[in-house]
Design a protein around this ligand. Structure first.
Ligand code: DP6
Length: 327
């Protein structure tokens, strides 16, 4: 083991275009299917990790000491870093999100990708990107993708230990300029976590169809990204998102992340499309609507969403870059 030094790293949020929704191993965060995402600029987490300056693990998030499950999750991740590095000291973790507070967009993906990069360096490890991706995945599945910028595919993998369940870049952030316009329809805290949502999904009669359809969706998205074909990518992204939410409706107990304004935003985007603006909806485990479109159409899409009753604010994001060490 080399001696680690306190390290600060930053990683961006990503939005899945072909969703991760279901696990084949919940301890290792191994997904039931592959997924494809776009990393977003402007929405990120900076994490500083220092081992050895404290008698117990400490974690502060946006200036507030973490408690409960949030703190326990970080400590479990630090234990994993200690296992992998031989480092035995306790650590201080300080994270800061550039995601607007209370926007319902705070992301475990950017947080655990930044923690994997900063924490591994601070523990004395120098990991290549694939190993970093596997490490980030242990904190939160979608964090495996936030190690990379631009368009990213997280391979399902076949191995029981997850060593081949890692993300890899498909197209860099600078290689295809798109926008994701985010309509925030509620700033209430998330009611059902992704982990719990995925556990419920497994009870849905639609779940087997979701799993068996994933490879076709992934192939379609990969080909669309390769061809830089917004229409094709948008169509499969919208299909994947709506299918994911349909699983929840048929789950027991049922699960519906949408609010009224979420539905109104979907209809507004479909109306824009009917008028000739290529814009496509995706929705994660919450009520916010994310719309994929060309940079030149983003102002029109943003104005249309802002005018939907119940939309609190709108953000526009460009593709974001790789996770990086800042200091
Ligand atoms: C709907 O990565 O947050 O955003 O692995 O349990 O931490 P855990 O789940 P998480 O799930 C993300 C779900 C999603 C779709 C996606 O990002 O692919």
């Amino acid at each position: 083991m080399t001696q680690g030094v306190p390290t600060t790293a930053r990683a961006h949020v990503n939005v899945a275009l072909v969703k991760y929704w279901g696990k084949r191993d919940s301890r290792l965060n191994l997904p039931a299917t592959g997924s494809i995402s776009l990393t977003l600029d402007g929405l990120s987490t900076e994490a500083r990790v220092a081992f050895g300056d404290t008698a117990v693990d400490r974690c502060e998030i946006d200036g507030v000491a973490a408690t409960g499950e949030e703190a326990a999750r970080v400590v479990r991740f630090l234990d994993l870093l200690r296992d992998e590095s031989g480092q035995t000291a306790r650590a201080t973790v300080v994270t800061r999100n550039t995601v607007p507070r209370g926007a319902g967009l705070a992301s475990s993906a950017s947080a655990f990708a930044a923690l994997a990069l900063a924490g591994s360096r601070a523990a004395g490890l120098r990991l290549e990107a694939p190993a970093l991706s596997a490490l980030a995945r242990r904190g939160s599945g979608s964090a495996a993708r936030s190690i990379f910028g631009g368009f990213v595919e997280w391979r399902r993998g076949e191995q029981a230990d997850g060593r081949d369940s890692i993300a890899e870049p498909l197209l860099g952030a600078g290689e295809w300029d798109l926008r994701v316009v985010v309509a925030i329809t509620s700033t209430a805290p998330k009611a059902i976590s992704s982990r719990e949502g995925m556990a419920r999904a497994a009870t849905s009669p639609l779940y087997p169809a979701w799993v068996s359809g994933a490879d076709a969706d992934l192939a379609e998205a990969r080909a669309a990204i390769r061809a830089r074909d917004l229409e094709a990518l948008g169509q499969v992204a919208e299909h994947s998102a709506l299918k994911m939410h349909a699983i929840g409706l048929a789950a027991r107990p049922p699960l519906l992340y949408w609010r009224g304004a979420t539905v109104d935003c979907i209809h507004r985007v479909w109306a824009l499309r009917a008028e000739g603006t290529p814009a496509f909806v995706t929705i994660d485990a919450g009520p916010q609507v994310k719309v994929l479109c060309a940079p030149s159409d983003a102002p029109r899409v943003a104005a249309a969403l802002q005018a939907v009753p119940g939309v609190e604010r709108v953000l526009t994001c460009a593709p974001g870059g790789d996770a990086e060490v800042l200091a």
